[in-house]
Design a protein around this ligand. Structure first.
Ligand SMILES: C[S@@+](CC[C@H](N)C(=O)[O-])C[C@H]1O[C@@H](n2cnc3c(N)ncnc32)[C@H](O)[C@@H]1O
Length: 346
């Protein structure tokens, strides 16, 4: 039984968040400045071999995240101390599984985000993930990028039937349910602990219109042409290339003519001023955060694939997660947020 009390746990997590802010706002800009000052054309990986700062930068990225989840003050042991109450909260949630559901082999084969056991390994995995996600973007106090994204979607379409793929604990789904008050909303994920938590959190926010389903985003079994918006947030980079290709084929099948598929994810090449350093840092993040499919998403010909499926109005554009993020003088580390949108022709 853990001897960690709530105060010690909070203090340790606050310390880790403070260290992550230091990494984001001090270490990363300094590393970039130092690299830009080098007058050499050698590849970035070679330049980093001679950097005194890069090993500390990389160590911090890997191990702050590891300590967030595991170790004496980690999220996993802390939630273990609350197990009976948390399990009781979820016991009341019933989420259906689609017929023929299978967990794709890649999904449980590594600890995504360094989350021990991943998102399906334990009944409390959703709670652990939700708490961990609060500090994923350490500068965003209110973590409102999901609302920014839904507002951006609302600027070009007013959907009536929305499908949110890879919904996690509903963080991406609730803003759609709130912004498009008239719309019916379906949300799917592989992780039952996340889906149950999503439904539990909806109930706390008096949202009762989302239908959660356990389903592979690439094999939902939902009816043809039954949605006018198929969306995802931070799902594409979690899919192997074959799944990625299937996801868009399925979005095309599920959309009615005129419907939109719109995804918020990470593409370094789309960012203003992206260079070899940007790509190196992104690939390093993928390794250090256990995100094996981030590089294959960056290399995938999304536009060509969408065109080959018959989509039109294809736009792949950088997304500003805060008001300054896309300014040329913005110096802090950030995810290469990108919106991918396309329309099924009428
Ligand atoms: C980074 S999380 C994002 C969750 C949520 N959309 C959000 O914005 O907070 C990615 C989610 O995709 C889910 N996922 C990964 N592969 C999936 C698949 N093939 N089908 C459905 N969900 C999947 C994971 O379980 C996880 O909940």
């Amino acid at each position: 039984m853990s001897t960690v009390n709530a105060r010690a746990f909070s203090a340790a997590q606050d310390f880790l968040l403070g260290a992550k802010k230091f990494w984001t706002t001090q270490m990363y800009p300094l590393l970039r400045e130092q690299d830009q000052a080098l007058e050499t054309k050698t590849p970035v990986a070679e330049r980093m071999q001679t950097s005194d700062l890069y090993p500390f930068y990389a160590w911090m990225e890997r191990h702050l995240q590891r300590m967030k989840y595991a170790g004496r003050y980690g999220l996993v042991p802390w939630h273990e101390t609350q197990r009976p109450a948390l399990e009781a909260a979820l016991a009341r949630q019933d989420v259906p599984t689609v017929a023929g559901f299978q967990v794709p082999a890649y999904y449980p084969s590594f600890d995504v985000h360094q989350h021990p056991g991943g998102l399906m390994g334990d009944g409390l995995a959703g709670f652990v993930y939700e708490r961990g996600a609060r500090s994923t973007t350490p500068l965003d106090k209110h973590f409102d990028l999901h609302h920014r994204f839904t507002r951006q979607v609302g600027a070009f379409t007013k959907p009536q039937r929305i499908l949110d793929l890879g919904c996690g604990f509903g963080k991406s789904t609730r803003p759609f349910a709130q912004q498009f008050a008239q719309a019916q909303v379906t949300a799917t994920d592989l992780s039952m602990p996340c889906l149950k938590l999503a439904q539990h959190l909806d109930a706390q926010e008096n949202i009762d219109k989302v239908r959660y389903l356990q389903a592979d985003a690439c094999a939902t079994g939902l009816a043809n042409a039954s949605y006018d918006l198929v969306t995802s947030t931070m799902l594409l980079h979690e899919l192997p290339t074959t799944h990625l290709a299937e996801l868009f084929a399925q979005a095309h099948r599920l959309l009615e003519p005129g419907g939109w598929t719109v995804h918020l994810d990470f593409l370094p090449q789309v960012q203003p001023g992206a260079d070899a350093f940007t790509h190196f840092i992104h690939a390093g993040h993928a390794k250090r955060n256990n995100e094996p499919y981030m590089p294959s998403l960056a290399a995938f010909d999304l536009k060509g694939h969408l065109q080959s499926l018959g989509f039109t109005d294809i736009r792949i554009t950088p997304f500003a997660e805060n008001d300054q993020a896309l300014d040329s003088h913005y110096r802090f580390w950030r995810f290469p947020w990108t919106v991918v949108q396309a329309r099924k022709p009428l």
